[in-house]
Design a protein around this ligand. Structure first.
Ligand SMILES: [Zn+2]
Length: 313
């Protein structure tokens, strides 16, 4: 039921109204439990019903009449098209999204606190294997400019897994993985046990989530790549930092002019010095060239995905 609610919110927006008829697919006790927990909030009952399919009555909605204990949505044209309604059909519910997210998190074996990280993105907690689990209304939200940065700021250098309702659009899963986020469909990780309880199970499926490869610590002026410390002179660190900061932006290319403005040296010279310093730190020539990659006629870019880069203050 939690996965179903999440999907309704993902498709209809946070203000979606859910009808009692739609909730009729779930046991009344489950609905009652979520009402008590204020995940579901009962709104004013509906007093109209949608018009019949292909009706030419011209109404936006048809009135509902109460006759004794029965309700009837009346078609002005054709009494045989009237719909008899159950009392619950007219109930309307909204969803408290933060409470729903908290409940989904609580159904899994996660550590840490639930928090809203960005618009439509929540941190659920950490798995026992040390992955940060986030949830998003929409897979596209996760690759929007600034989203990966906001997630990184919240989770630090942990590999990231994201739960979304739909991954069917072409290239969505690939784009997420390129950003260093391992996606999961909610239907695959939130399952209903025979007793009706929902359980979030994220560790049973293999995870190849990206761990950060580069960690820059600005106050210590230190850089770690794949667990090894890079020994960079101050000026080289400054350039490397500019590249890392650019790498998590929408356009990851650090422009030549920007390098010259910031360092006061010709871009090709200082980039060459940075590569030499990286070689002195133990990287191969090839690794160095892909890490500090030349973008012809524009500048330089760091050869890492946004989620592979962590910048600590
Ligand atoms: Zn009609």
């Amino acid at each position: 039921m939690l996965a179903w609610l999440w999907t309704r919110l993902s498709e209809g927006g946070a203000q979606v109204s859910i009808s009692g008829r739609a909730l009729g697919r779930f046991p009344a006790s489950d609905v009652e439990r979520l009402l008590r927990a204020q995940v579901l909030i009962e709104e004013r009952k509906a007093d109209t019903w949608s018009v019949c399919a292909e009706c030419d009555c011209g109404l936006d909605a048809r009135p509902v009449e109460q006759i004794d204990d029965a309700f009837r949505a009346c078609c002005p044209h054709d009494p045989s098209a009237d719909v008899t309604l159950q009392r619950d059909d007219l109930r309307r519910f909204s969803v408290d999204v933060d409470r729903l997210v908290a409940r989904i998190a609580a159904s899994g074996d996660l550590g840490g606190a639930v928090a809203r990280i960005a618009d439509g993105i929540w941190l659920l907690g950490d798995t026992t294997s040390g992955h940060a689990v986030v949830m998003s209304f929409d897979a596209d939200n996760l690759v929007a400019p600034g989203a990966v940065m906001a997630i990184r700021a919240a989770v630090g250098p942990k590999p990231i897994m994201a739960i979304v309702h739909d991954l069917s659009a072409a290239g969505t899963a690939i784009r997420l993985r390129e950003s260093g986020i391992e996606p999961r469909r909610i239907a695959d990780v939130l399952r209903t046990a025979p007793d009706g309880a929902d359980r979030l199970v994220v560790d049973s499926s293999p995870l190849q989530a990206t761990a950060p490869r580069l960690v820059l610590n600005l106050s210590a002026q230190s850089a770690m790549l794949d667990g090894s410390r890079l020994d960079l002179p101050m000026q080289m660190f400054a350039l490397f930092r500019l590249m890392a900061e650019q790498a998590i932006k929408r356009d990851p290319v650090l422009k030549k002019q920007e390098i010259e403005t910031q360092t006061g040296r010709p871009a090709n010279e200082i980039a060459r010095d940075l590569r030499n310093a990286l070689v002195s730190s133990g990287l191969s020539e090839a690794q160095t060239k892909s890490l500090v990659a030349t973008v012809r006629a524009r500048g330089y870019r760091l050869g890492l995905a946004p989620a592979e880069v962590v910048i600590e203050p």
